[in-house]
Design a protein around this ligand. Sequence first.
Ligand SMILES: [Zn+2]
Length: 171
Amino acid sequence: MSDRLVIDSLDFARNAGSRHGKISLIDFTRLHDLLFDQEGELIYRISGRYDKNEKPGLYIEITGKIHLNCQRCLGKLVHHIDLQTFLILVKNEEELDLADEDDTIDAILAVPDLDVTHLIEDEVILSLSIASCHAEGECSTLKLKSAESDLTGKTQSAHPFAALAALKKTN
Ligand SMILES: [Zn+2]
């Protein structure tokens, strides 16, 4: 297990704090259901700053490589994480609701004991909301299927050519 980093979020933003490190994928327990395996780690940097409206927030960068399940063949899919996000710190649920209505900003509740691992895991999970698949033709079952049809489809494969030949004759 990596050491879990816990920060006082508002203090961190006000003092322009900056921390970086690596988190093993084994520690992202909520992410596990989405992963093909738990190999690897993510590199993060978190820094406190103010946005252009003088609101305190956290700037987060996350990079690394994870293995997802392809939604088509369920095989191993290498996925590169390259996230940069700025989260405004708000003081209460009311401000959080207001921020949620604004699509241009992301906000989290300012807490004195923010678990950075948890936060990074949230951001990674959010970024994976789109179903992901291998590129066309790279699925493992598709390869298997085409190998099967090569074995069983010897007689069938004559048909398309026969049809083509027939077409050519009529022209
Ligand atoms: Zn696939």
